[in-house]
Design a binder for this molecule. Sequence first.
Ligand code: NAP
Ligand code: MG
Length: 402
Amino acid sequence: MEKIKMTTPLVEMDGDEMTRILWKMIKDELILPFVDLKTEYYDLGLPNRDATADKVTMDAALANKKYGVSVKCATITPNAQRMSEYNLHEMWKSPNGTIRAILDGTVFRAPILVDGISPVVKTWKKPITIARHAYGDVYKATELRTGEGKAELVFTDRDGNETRKTIYDFECPGVLTGQYNKDSSISSFARACFNFALDTKQDLWFSAKDTIAKVYDGTFKQIFAEIYENEYRARFEEAGITYFYTLIDDAVARVIRSEGGFIWACKNYDGDVMSDMISTAFGSLAMMTSVLVSPDGKFEYEAAHGTVTRHYYRYLEGEKPSTNPMATIFAWTGALRKRGELDGSSALCRFASRMEAACIATIEGGTMTKDLALLWRGQTPTVVNSEEFLRAVRATFETLEQ
Ligand code: NAP
Ligand code: MG
């Protein structure tokens, strides 16, 4: 079989620990034999981030801005324990945070569904994609413990004019928090959601609590509505998809009764909580894909899980762990398909979809990693390690291609 040619390079961001091991295995077994792979490689593994004073993360994000599509391996976000483990010069920031800030992007998470692993919610037939506004609100809040006394909200504009509102006149000690968000960030979030809905031809739901937070959540609702009317309504109608806003509690009730197959845009905190609920209810974090989409149409694909440290330590002791590579494979296929779409390469798009089909067929045929075997409802599964799973996928792919 002749290898598929690529015109524009994919930005490849390598990572850490078990996922770094999987990364190479996936490339060797499932990509390089079939695709004449063109990538611009950035090593975001922690040792290289430390050696380059994290410049490599910045460079990778800028390359993503330039070429439009990247695929990223999971990376360690350093903490105190990692500082000593890797003898780091500094506690480098989360690469995902850096990349998200540079691309001004929104993260969309969607589960991979297979027959034999049924969601906890019986009505769910199609994936539910969560879009989380990863900026501001409680994550950037300023907090205080108070004594007795008056708490006020004070805003001073550039000319020195003050606006004051009493929050509460405390007759006993209590707690206080100040939160903010920016119109520019909310607009970027809205555009990323509308674009992603058009891109994946799915309805978009957005939920907040504007009946209570009339100004704060009301602004989110209004910005979404204005951008939709002015920039997207016509394209949504043409694509046969819908946008609607509803209260967060109503959204929760509707989501549980739904069939799935839509995007649920959430404010930062709601998205944090709901994405864990959705991924657990669909089965496993190891089957959750993630894509960062910028308002100007740049894409970064990755798995939603981390570097699977516990499996890596066992790997270092000579074990061959049964780590599930599905989400990382789908990061690669997602990125290759998007590259194919942008470059007009139907061969690349087809390859990506066929490889995903081979992955799903392999699991549905009863061959899977340990994490899935625990959720499996079919005949007794064949439990394999990561390497064996990738070989089985390759064999399925080659059979399907014959
Ligand atoms: P994790 O790597 O997602 O793993 C947590 C546990 O989930 C694992 O121990 C494993 O459970 C299970 N798991 C996750 N992915 C799996 C897979 N593909 N196959 C099978 N089981 C899987 O989270 P963590 O241990 O909290 O974090 C480890 C490192 O990853 C941290 O340094 C963190 O900073 C980083 N991280 C990076 C990203 C990113 O780059 N996007 C995201 C999150 C975390 P069992 O051990 O029970 O089998
Ligand atoms: Mg969370």
